[in-house]
Design a binder for this molecule. Structure first.
Ligand code: APR
Length: 237
């Protein structure tokens, strides 16, 4: 039995990492078309590097919160019962991993990794990137980029996501506005397959009407409560 959990920026908000579309959010302050597209990187690589170096530093200084920890606990408890948590995140931070989650599917890539546009080699990368950064694999400079999915690029791991959705017994979305596809379409797919759906968010998302049930409030309170209720149910069965 698989529980499919989709997370968005809201789960990291109480760790001090900004969301995108809330008041004061990243895309309210910066133009994503100038900072988060392959064309932007080709046109103004230094601007893009500066933007992502700042975000990378923010992630390094942030700590996982109780919501991340609760999902790590859920993953371990389900595994102990021969069940699976499929944790799919739109986030590019590494807070799920630092909270102890062992398997995290980053459909929008990972900020703490860098990829060479010349040879394609990608690896963990916590330091700032610049045009002088040489690719450790091919030695070329000027082509190292954050290993994240930009607007106009294909999200990652879609086959694994499809397979997990097909076998899910429950679909839960946490801290996402439901504004960006394909992630925003997962709840409709779950409903069409008769899978129970639950939303945990600070406020109703754009797709709130598609969820069977919902809990609205800060993730650091709502997610641990939700995990406890799931574990009571699972241990009772
Ligand atoms: N607890 C729970 N939910 C919260 C909290 C909180 N403390 N703070 C904010 N939220 C909710 C907001 O109500 C909002 O619905 O988190 C959601 C964040 O929405 P967005 O800022 O749109 O972030 P997200 O849904 O993750 O964006 C999806 O868009 O730009 C792309 O690649 C980017 O992965 C991102 C994708």
């Amino acid at each position: 039995m698989t529980i499919f959990v989709l997370t968005g920026a809201g789960i990291s908000a109480e760790s001090g990492l900004g969301t995108f579309r809330d008041p004061g959010g990243l895309w309210r302050r910066f133009d994503p078309m100038r900072l988060a597209t392959p064309e932007a990187f080709a046109r103004e690589p230094e601007e893009v590097h500066a933007f992502y170096n700042l975000r990378r530093q923010g992630v390094r200084e942030a700590a996982p919160n109780a919501a991340h920890a609760a999902l790590a606990r859920l993953e371990a408890s389900l595994a102990a019962r021969g069940r699976r948590l499929f944790l799919c995140t739109q986030n590019v931070d590494d807070l799920h991993e630092r909270a102890g989650s062992r398997t995290v599917t980053h459909m929008h890539g990972e900020l703490m990794r860098a990829r060479c546009t010349a040879c394609g080699a990608a690896r963990d990368w916590a330091e700032p990137l610049s045009l002088d950064t040489a690719c450790p694999a091919c030695g070329r400079r000027g082509g190292m980029r954050p290993d994240v999915v930009w607007f106009g690029e294909m999200p990652l791991h879609l086959e694994a996501i499809d397979a997990a959705l097909d076998e899910a017994a429950l679909f839960v979305a946490i801290g996402t506005s439901g504004a960006v596809y394909p992630a925003a379409g997962f709840v409709a797919r779950a409903r069409a397959a008769g899978i129970p759906t639950h939303e945990i968010n600070l406020a109703p998302s754009d797709t709130a009407g598609l969820f069977d049930t919902a809990t609205y409030g800060p993730a650091t309170r709502a997610v641990p409560d939700f995990v406890e209720s799931i574990l009571r149910e699972v241990s009772g069965s």
